[in-house]
Design a protein. Structure first.
Length: 514
């Protein structure tokens, strides 16, 4: 039996000090809960240290490693958190050279070779890692574990991609019990009505190909669903553990309307006093009055829409067009409102096809929609996306400093083909002015909603913070443990490419990335 410590880095670097930081989503990390569950099922002892809601603290991490004495440390990281992962590997190596260091999550899955070269990781579990991480804990030979990258002397080898899990009902229930619900009462009340909150998934994957989205790196192309009764079982389990609200992580929950209605009806039959939000941005073309009414009866009080842009041609060019349209977005918001569900809109400025004119279209679209909340973000080409690969191949990437890769960054990370970064920042500030602070309709809706829900004073509190914070901001300063000893990779002479493999015996060696 292995002793396992799973680490989730601080989320503060993902938001910086920008306006959108007031809705920093603090909740148990679902990815760690799912791999913990499969490891526990095989008899391993697992604990989780979640730094999401607090600053990065290497002394706290050191104390926890010394107290737990783990055989294996697993670290999950998105791009803004990858330097924390690198620092943790230096710290853990100083404590013991015998600890097996395993990385996973969006960035290591997108850039496995480069991440290995930039850290002291022994193994990367790329993509969907429920079973590959459990096999690492079992002590299997790395060459026999599908879906990983690992060190063999001076070489970095890959065993190839692991097939996606077809029957999600076969997985054990996520190990939410490894999180203390009291820690998740700290979340912004703008995005959580009844803390403590957690995260759930009823389906995995996406069939669409938006150029800024990296979900296929961790969840594969395609769509797989849990049975309605399994989804209802998970809602009951979260409630039993002390959580009172959950966010749904699914990329396209409403795309199969018949199944989504059946899920909601199964939840309703359990009569569990649990509320939830479809927070990841549902597809506007899947909007349906019957579906929204079923979601409302099942406890859903908010849906988020990933509008991204207010221009149909931009929608088409980055990969969402042909199915989604601006008019469908308008209709979807009205349907949700008729069902009594709050609406949130996500918008992006500086998308790969954007011009000043199309960004104005986005701002005006946001201004006209009867939304209860909206968020604007600078389009960042994160590793693993088509947008990033296109920027790298065109020599448009200016920085490989991962601390600068947060959604509201003040740093010019890329050379946009149509826009300067100063122009994008100016439109970010304009978006918040025109669509929120100088939008009487939006302000009036917020006031009415505040009185209706009893959250008026929370709105006032966050409104004051919102006015005082910038639209984009400088990165959060982090007190690292061993930055001067981080392994480095020369991105300038060897730009990253999408991961490829060549067969070498039973294993696959990483093809040169130069």
């Amino acid at each position: 039996m292995a002793k396992v410590l799973l680490l989730n880095p601080s989320y503060l670097p993902s938001y910086g000090g920008a306006k959108a930081g007031i809705v920093n989503p603090i909740h148990p990390t679902l990815g760690l809960a799912t791999i913990a569950a499969t490891a526990q099922q095989r008899g391993h002892q697992v604990s989780i240290l979640d730094l999401s809601w607090r600053p990065y603290d290497h002394q706290l991490i050191r104390e926890r490693i010394l107290a737990d004495k783990p055989d294996i440390i697993g670290i999950s990281a998105t791009t803004p958190m990858i330097n924390q992962l690198r620092d943790i590997t230096v710290l853990a190596r100083d404590i013991s050279p015998d600890i097996v260091l395993v990385g996973g999550g969006a960035h290591p899955s997108a850039m496995p070779y480069e991440t290995m070269m930039e850290s002291h990781l022994d193994i990367i579990c790329a993509g969907e890692s429920d079973y590959s991480f459990a096999e690492v804990c079992d002590g299997m030979a790395p060459a026999d574990i599908k879906g990983i990258w690992y060190r063999n002397g001076d070489q970095v080898l890959s065993t190839g991609l692991r097939a996606p899990i077809e029957n999600l009902d076969d997985l054990p229930m996520p190990a939410w019990e490894l999180y203390d619900p009291e820690d998740y009462k700290k979340i912004s009340r703008l995005i959580c009505r009844r803390p403590p909150i957690t995260m759930a998934e009823f389906s995995r994957g996406c069939v669409f190909k938006c150029d800024f989205c990296a979900s296929k790196v961790t969840m594969h192309q395609g769509y797989r669903k849990k049975s309605p009764e399994r989804c209802a079982d998970e809602v009951e389990r979260m409630y039993q553990l002390g959580f009172r609200e959950f966010m749904l992580a699914d990329d396209i929950f409403t795309s199969d309307q018949k199944w989504a209605v059946e899920v909601c009806e199964a939840i309703s039959r359990r009569k569990v006093d649990m509320i939830w939000a479809a927070s990841n941005g549902i597809r506007v073309e899947s909007a349906d009055d019957r579906l929204f009414n079923a979601m409302r009866r099942a406890g859903c009080y908010r849906v988020s829409f990933g509008f991204e842009t207010g221009n149909d041609e931009v929608l088409r060019l980055f990969g969402k067009g042909g199915r989604a349209s601006i008019e469908q977005g308008k209709a979807a918001v009205q349907m949700a409102r008729r069902a009594g569900i709050d609406t949130t809109g996500f918008f992006m400025l500086g998308l790969s096809p954007d011009t000043e004119e199309t960004m104005l279209d986005t701002i005006e679209f946001a201004r006209q929609l009867p939304l209860d909340m909206m968020k604007f973000g600078v389009s960042i080409a994160f590793p693993g996306t088509k947008m990033y690969n296109d920027y790298v191949s065109s020599g448009l990437v200016r920085s490989f400093n991962w601390d600068e890769y947060f959604i509201y960054t003040d740093e010019p990370l890329f050379s946009h083909k149509n826009l300067t970064y100063d122009t994008i920042k100016q439109y970010m500030a304009l978006a918040y002015r025109k669509a929120i602070t100088r939008n009487p309709g939006f302000i009036f809706r917020r006031i009415l909603r505040g009185f209706r829900t009893g959250e008026f004073f929370w709105d006032v509190y966050y409104g004051i913070k919102f006015f005082l914070m910038p639209a984009v901001s400088a990165k959060v300063t982090i007190d690292y443990y061993g930055k001067d000893r981080w392994p480095c990779y020369d991105f300038q002479s060897s730009p990253p490419r999408p991961a490829t493999w060549q067969v070498v015996g039973k294993t696959r060696a990483a093809a040169p990335t130069t």
